[in-house]
Design a protein around this ligand. Structure first.
Ligand SMILES: *Cc1c(COP(=O)(O)O)cnc(C)c1O
Length: 391
């Protein structure tokens, strides 16, 4: 059936799935300005508060002054600059891997890496709650996509036995699930990948900079760094910058350089962005980084405590991603809208980002929120939650 754009938009609205952007004025911080009002930010992935850190801003400006504003080409043409190589060396050291390769963002890293690693005749085993960029990479690859129930290692093993063919097998998972905030059982995944001779790729967009004693991420926390084949992560979240990377072996790096189309056919990241990422890594690996991680964890614990005291249904978890389950899309969006009127920016999450009936307010805390911020927010969220019958 042929429908007009207007009709399509009307359908999206009618299903409660209409999306629109909201503009933030000024820098990203624990409080932001929206439409002239001070708003408490409760939905940013700027977990450590580095996006407005003076050291990142200064490094970014310096890099632009020294190296200019653009890389001018793809890495394989003339776009590999000193800063790309420096940042890759820093990432490999941070992740304790042989090598690293930078991508222009997490979305294009995942689509590029997955479609480079597998193709027709190969099989991808993907957690049902994996990020959209992983699904899109799988679709782009033409490999067979098998989705296993969330974190269900028993079913994954059955599927590995049943569908393991002649081609390559790739197991891929979020490390910290982006909408649920829980962790993947990485040790079990490593055991399965070894037994069934598969390649293991882990997307640590939300754990990198945050988890583990050194902030290296979920693989450090769960002590599996040596056994993950491709450890992907991003610079745009806790690291307060932009872009992404894969930490991996020299051999796999070489393969991706030759096969990953989002690496080959796209202008590389500009100096200002690379400068900010380098400064962010330096902070994350310092005593300041440790302090910020401790503050983030204690804020996450406290906010989870406040919300569960208020009677909200929170899935099990310990990270800075705190989903408040709200069931239906319409309630969720009213919840989010009413909170914004109160001065709190917390995004409602609906299908297709989460399954129908699993709508939620995805609250994220930051290292730079104060206790008062969190107490005030929990109080307002409880008040609105009662009005809407969520609690
Ligand atoms: C945000 C995110 C991405 C995409 O990263 P960008 O750098 O924002 O493109 C990929 N995977 C996961 C799990 C994410 O949360």
């Amino acid at each position: 059936m042929d429908i007009t754009v207007q009709e399509e938009l009307a359908q999206i609205r009618a299903r409660g799935l209409y999306r629109a952007t909201r503009c933030v004025n000024g820098k990203q911080g624990p409080h932001v300005e929206m439409n002239g009002r001070d708003i408490l930010m409760l939905c940013s992935n700027n977990y450590l508060g580095l996006a407005d850190h003076p050291a990142l801003i200064e490094a970014s400006v310096r890099a632009a002054e020294q190296y200019g504003t653009s890389s001018g080409a793809s890495r394989l043409v003339s776009g590999t600059m000193t800063l790309h190589e420096l940042l890759e060396a820093e990432i490999a050291a941070f992740k304790d891997t042989e090598s690293a390769l930078i991508f222009n963002g997490g979305y294009v890293a995942n689509t590029g890496i997955i479609s480079a690693l597998v193709g027709r005749g190969d099989v991808i085993f993907s957690d049902r709650l994996n990020h959209a960029s992983i699904i899109d990479g799988a679709l782009l690859s033409s490999a067979r996509l098998i989705r296993y129930p969330h974190n269900d290692m028993r079913v994954l093993e059955e599927l590995l036995i049943k569908h393991r063919g002649a081609g390559r097998a790739l197991i891929v998972t979020d490390a910290v699930f982006s909408m649920d905030g829980d962790l993947a059982p990485l040790s079990e995944l490593v055991a399965l990948k070894k037994t069934h001779n598969a390649v293991l790729m882990v997307d640590d967009a939300h754990g990198s900079g945050v988890l583990g004693e050194n902030g290296s991420g979920t693989a450090e926390l769960l002590e599996v760094s040596d056994d993950v084949d491709i450890l992907m992560g991003t610079f745009g979240k806790a690291l307060g910058s932009f872009g992404a990377y894969a930490a991996l072996s020299d051999e796999l790096r070489e393969l991706l350089i030759n096969r990953a189309r989002s690496f080959i056919f796209s202008t590389s990241l500009p100096p200002a962005v690379l400068g900010a990422s380098l400064a962010a890594l330096k902070i994350v690996r310092s005593a300041e980084g440790k302090r910020l991680r401790d503050a983030l964890q204690s804020n996450a614990d406290y906010f989870r405590f406040l919300l569960s005291q208020a009677g909200f249904n929170l899935p099990e978890g310990t990270t800075q991603i705190i989903p408040v389950l709200t069931d239906q899309a319409e309630t969720t969006m009213r919840f989010s809208g009413m909170l914004l009127e109160e001065g709190i920016f917390a995004q409602g999450i609906r299908p297709p980002t989460v399954p129908a009936g699993a709508c939620r307010l995805r609250c994220t805390v930051m290292a730079t929120h104060s206790r008062q911020d969190l107490e005030w927010a929990a109080d307002r969220i409880a008040t609105v939650g009662k009005v809407l019958g969520v609690i």
